[in-house]
Write a protein that binds this ligand. Structure first.
Ligand SMILES: Cc1cc2nc3c(=O)[nH]c(=O)nc-3n(C[C@H](O)[C@H](O)[C@H](O)COP(=O)(O)OP(=O)(O)OC[C@H]3O[C@@H](n4cnc5c(N)ncnc54)[C@H](O)[C@@H]3O)c2cc1C
Length: 421
């Protein structure tokens, strides 16, 4: 159900009982206001769906500091030379044209009593419902020797944009036969197969331009997403190039020295040419400032993504602690649609649909060699719970792998138009 302004006012007495916010404010009728913080996979989708489906019955403001959002998804393909940098950049013009108020600023505080968000630029935004989808920040001190001031010498490239360009330029500048090291993150983190797709794409690049170069991965985990598929691909495409050191072999015992460009793994120091440090992660800081986190993440109710701390504040995507879904762009987009439906329902009385979620994570091991893992999920009282799943098999034909890669290209086109219009 969508309500025109006239219809809304005419029916306001009957509708008032349904709505969680008053439609009449001190100065007369005011549309319900939704503020969305973070214009990525979760936030851009939620803003777009609330604005589109409410047919302008809800005022939507999207706060996002960057003018161009570079997707982390496919950023590894850019590192591998299979995409151009511009291919992964998206702007907010279509969302603005659809009526969403785009504010390019940082949210720096949330007053949950007054229901306002303060911006770095000095202004405040009032909300009836607040949606936070700020992605991730890094846990201080997670990798000995590394902090955010070292990110130029040792990039994370786990927020796409200038970090991705920097890492790519470092890979291209590696000396012949040089060494690329990765410090992989502990669970839970953004995009479980992401570091291993990156290893594959770096190997793809090096095998063409620097074939005697080496890749070392220090990993604090004993195993990782799609491990058998990646290891099979590394053996067949990049034999001898990649040395993965898991936790049983000291991969968790790591320190780096960005000025000396050394990595110490289980006490043994190695001089490297590129060091990609991907530290442990936590919810984007604004979730913590809003007081909706417990530990590193923001616990949410699966039915609508509202936080356990405040039913008018919702957290989507990587920052949320929701249950079984991996932290992925697909998941954030899926959660955003559930949340948008619930927020619109609460503000306009529109029909509520049962919460259903889906995710697929595709990864590219070599050109046209795509693999995937995915699942469907439902909301239970306790969490977002997995219903059933699927995964590519080892030994699949080149044809199946190519089809899987082409699926991922279609998905990328689909999700970016779903986010940005
Ligand atoms: C290398 C790599 C590969 C990946 N590949 C895939 C893939 O193939 N498929 C897939 O589904 N997922 C993939 N992902 C994961 C995916 O990128 C994330 O899970 C997804 O972007 C999460 O969406 P989000 O909305 O939570 O955060 P984001 O998309 O990161 O959006 C957060 C936004 O919030 C903004 N923000 C942060 N703080 C503030 C603030 N205080 N005020 C205002 N704005 C703020 C940021 O600028 C950012 O634009 C990959 C990730 C990486 C790193």
């Amino acid at each position: 159900m969508s309500l025109s302004r006239r219809g809304f006012i005419g029916n306001s007495a009957a509708a008032a009982a349904l709505l969680s916010v008053p439609s009449l404010h001190a100065g007369g009728y005011v549309k319900p206001r939704v503020v969305v913080v973070g214009g990525g996979a979760g936030g851009a989708t939620a803003a777009r769906y609330i604005a589109k489906d409410s047919k302008s019955a809800v005022d939507v403001t999207l706060v996002e500091p960057t003018n161009t959002y570079y997707t982390c998804f496919f950023s590894n393909l850019y590192l591998g030379g299979l995409k151009e940098f511009d291919d992964i950049g998206h702007t907010y013009g279509k969302l603005a044209a659809s009526g969403i108020n785009i504010v390019h600023d940082w949210a720096v505080g949330v007053d949950r009593d007054k229901k306002t968000v303060s911006l770095a630029g000095g202004s405040d935004l009032a909300y009836d419902k607040l949606i936070l989808s700020p992605g991730i920040d890094f846990v201080d001190g997670a990798v000995e020797g590394w902090d955010i001031s070292s990110q130029n010498a040792m990039p994370h490239a786990y927020k796409a944009g200038s970090q991705s360009e920097l890492l790519k330029s470092q890979i291209m500048a590696m000396p012949r036969g040089g060494t690329y090291a990765m410090v992989a993150p502990p669970n839970p983190y953004r995009c479980p197969p992401g570091p291993y797709e990156r290893v594959s794409m770096v190997a793809h690049y090096l095998s063409q331009y620097n074939p005697i170069a080496k890749i070392i991965v220090a990993d604090p985990k004993p195993e990782f997403s799609k491990m058998a598929l990646f290891q099979e691909g590394w053996n067949s495409h990049y034999a001898g190039m990649i040395d993965w050191i898991g936790s049983e072999f000291g991969g968790a015992n790591v320190a780096v020295d960005p000025s000396a460009m050394t990595v110490s793994i289980d006490g043994e120091s190695v001089k490297v040419d590129v060091c990609n440090v991907i530290p442990a992660m936590k919810a984007g800081r604004i979730a913590e400032l809003a007081g909706v986190t417990e530990g590193n993440w923001a616990p949410v109710n699966a039915a609508d993504m509202s936080t356990k701390a405040d039913s008018d504040v919702y957290v989507l995507g990587d920052a949320s602690q929701q249950g079984d879904m991996p932290k992925s762009g697909f998941s954030a987009n899926s959660q955003a649609k559930v949340c948008a439906n619930a927020v619109r329902g609460a503000l306009t009385g529109s029909k509520l649909f049962p919460a259903k979620f889906a995710n697929t994570c595709w990864s590219l091991i070599n050109a046209n060699d795509g693999v995937k893992v995915g699942a469907t999920y439902k909301a239970t009282d306790e969490k977002i719970a997995k219903v059933d799943g699927f995964i590519s098999e080892t030994g699949e034909s080149a044809d199946i792998r190519k089809q899987t890669y082409l699926e991922s290209e279609n998905w990328y086109m689909g999700i970016t138009s779903d986010m940005f219009g």
